[in-house]
Design a protein around this ligand. Structure first.
Ligand SMILES: Nc1ncnc2c1ncn2[C@@H]1O[C@H](COP(=O)(O)OP(=O)(O)OP(=O)(O)O)[C@@H](O)[C@H]1O
Ligand SMILES: CC(C)(CO)[C@@H](O)C(=O)[O-]
Ligand code: BAL
Length: 282
């Protein structure tokens, strides 16, 4: 497995693979890898000859006061895990390689509507940063397909819409959320939790499950269910950012006619912001 920092070198190597007729799968990440990321790499390696995992903490998707500076950077440990998972190339560029003219000069990709609510409302500019860097990664790697986790449900919806609208010739593949044994979705940011907070964290998934059960029983009083879920999180010591019951297709508030419904949640435990989701069909 090779680690490449320069775009020029990446392009040269990938050109060689493409000439040999090899298929390329991309797994975009911000590093500090865990079993969730590794499941994406394994999925990619089942379908592609060459798997490229990018590791880049993208400054454009972080807002003021967020954790850009403190976000864990653990390249050596990440490389070990990737090697074991059958990854071919690690692309770990510096910010100056991705944004040579800085952020303010950068063209941006805006994906309206689907970016608007939920995390998009709480983190203004976040999905513009994600859509822009993912477009750039697609242009840098030119993969046949790219794998993204369903843990970041809205992000996946934004990327799918962007690829459709801009006719980007990359297949977007979703992969299920990998969880700890107590249900907590694996996330790099779980590492910020104190031991005490970590014990409380499973309530996020538990609340999703309890609400999904009520929906499966046929309840359509969505606002009451959302309020109850928020109260449940508060009672457990969390500070909910949002708990929204939406149409899985549009991410707009669910209606009683919707058969595919997704529950989206973001909540703070201390200063750590956790996100999760659960989809049901009824
Ligand atoms: N538990 C998980 N299961 C499946 N995929 C995951 C999981 N966690 C992250 N991913 C996916 O891995 C890719 C890279 O995500 P990222 O590097 O932001 O990891 P993260 O652990 O979600 O970090 P953060 O704590 O910053 O949200 C994304 O497509 C994301 O959806
Ligand atoms: C897709 C991504 C790598 C873009 O920076 C990031 O948002 C992430 O890790 O989910
Ligand atoms: N996994 C989403 C990346 C972010 O929170 O910035």
């Amino acid at each position: 497995m090779r680690t490449i920092h320069s775009l020029k070198e990446l392009r040269t190597i990938l050109r060689g693979y493409r000439r040999q007729g090899k298929t390329i799968g991309l797994v975009p990440t911000m590093g500090n890898l865990h079993e969730g990321h590794i499941s994406l790499v394994r999925k990619a390696s089942e379908a592609a000859d060459i798997v490229v995992t990018s590791i880049f903490v993208n400054p454009m998707q972080f807002g003021a006061g967020e954790d850009l500076e403190t976000y864990p950077r653990t390249l050596a440990e990440d490389q070990e895990q990737l090697e074991a998972a059958g990854n071919t190339l690690v692309f770990a560029p510096a910010a100056s390689e991705v944004y040579p003219e800085g952020l303010s000069q950068q063209t941006q990709v805006v994906v309206p509507e689907v970016s608007d609510g939920h995390c998009g409302a709480s983190r203004p500019g976040h999905f513009e940063g994600v859509a822009t860097v993912v477009t750039m990664l697609f242009n840098m790697v030119q993969p046949d397909f790219a794998v993204f986790g369903e843990k970041d449900f809205q992000q996946l919806a934004v990327i799918r819409k962007m690829v459709r609208d801009l006719m980007i010739p990359v297949e977007v593949v979703g992969a299920p959320t990998v969880r700890e044994s107590d249900g907590l979705a694996k996330s790099s940011r779980n590492g910020y939790l104190s031991a005490e907070e970590r014990k409380l964290a499973p309530v996020v998934y538990l609340t999703l499950q309890q609400t999904a059960e009520k929906l499966a029983e046929g309840r359509t009083d969505f606002q009451t269910l959302e309020q109850d879920a928020r109260k449940n999180l508060v009672a457990a010591g969390l500070r909910p950012d949002y708990f929204n019951i939406v149409s899985s297709r549009t991410l707009k508030p669910a209606t009683p006619e919707d058969s595919d419904i997704t529950l989206l949640v973001a909540a703070f435990l201390g200063t750590t912001r956790l996100i999760d989701n659960l989809s049901i069909s009824r």
